[in-house]
Design a protein around this ligand. Structure first.
Ligand SMILES: [Fe+2]
Length: 145
C-alpha cells in the first residue's frame, strides 16, 4: 500500500495524496511518500510492539447516541498500556474507515490515558487505527466491522 505523510502535522494518508491535509489543511506539496513507515518502527524497536500496536474494541451497542446508528470504536495504546510522560507519550490517534481518514484524537502527556473513542454513523467496512509515539514512531492495527 502507498503511504503518504504530511510533513507539517504527521498525518498519514493511504493510496493517494489529498488536495490539502484533512488535519492541518497544508497544501499537497507538504506530503512525502513513506510506504515503509510502520515497518521502520517495528524494525527499529521490535520490543516496543506490545506497548504501541493499537488495541481496538468495537461496541455495537452504543447508548450515548440513541437517535441514530452509532458504533463505538474504542482504542487503547497498546495491549500493555503505553506510558504518558512529558518526554515519552502518544501524540495522536487517527482513525480511518475503508482507508479514508475520518477523525483524530490528540493528547497531552500528563493528564490522560492513551485511549480514545470514535462514534461512527456508518457501521460497515474496515476500520484502521494509526498512532504516533513521539519516540517510537508510527504503529497501526485494523479491524473489519
Ligand atoms: Fe513509545
Amino acid at each position: 500500500m502507498k503511504i503518504y505523510i504530511c510533513q507539517v502535522c504527521g498525518h498519514l494518508e493511504f493510496n493517494a495524496i489529498p488536495d490539502k491535509c484533512p488535519v492541518c489543511l497544508s497544501p499537497k506539496d507538504k506530503y512525502a511518500q513513506k510506504d515503509s513507515i510502520f515497518k521502520e518502527s517495528r524494525e527499529k524497536s521490535p520490543e516496543a510492539e506490545v506497548k504501541h500496536v493499537p488495541l481496538i474494541i468495537v461496541n455495537k451497542q452504543c447508548g450515548l447516541i440513541p437517535e441514530t446508528p452509532c458504533v463505538d470504536i474504542l482504542v487503547r495504546i497498546g495491549k500493555t498500556m503505553h506510558p504518558m510522560e512529558e518526554k515519552h507519550y502518544i501524540m495522536f490517534v487517527d482513525c480511518y474507515q475503508n482507508d479514508k481518514y475520518i477523525s483524530r484524537v490528540m493528547f497531552t502527556p500528563l493528564s490522560v490515558n492513551p485511549a480514545g473513542c470514535f462514534h461512527l454513523k456508518n457501521v460497515s467496512g474496515k476500520i484502521t487505527v494509526v498512532e504516533n509515539c513521539n519516540i517510537h514512531g508510527y504503529w497501526m492495527a485494523d479491524v473489519a466491522l
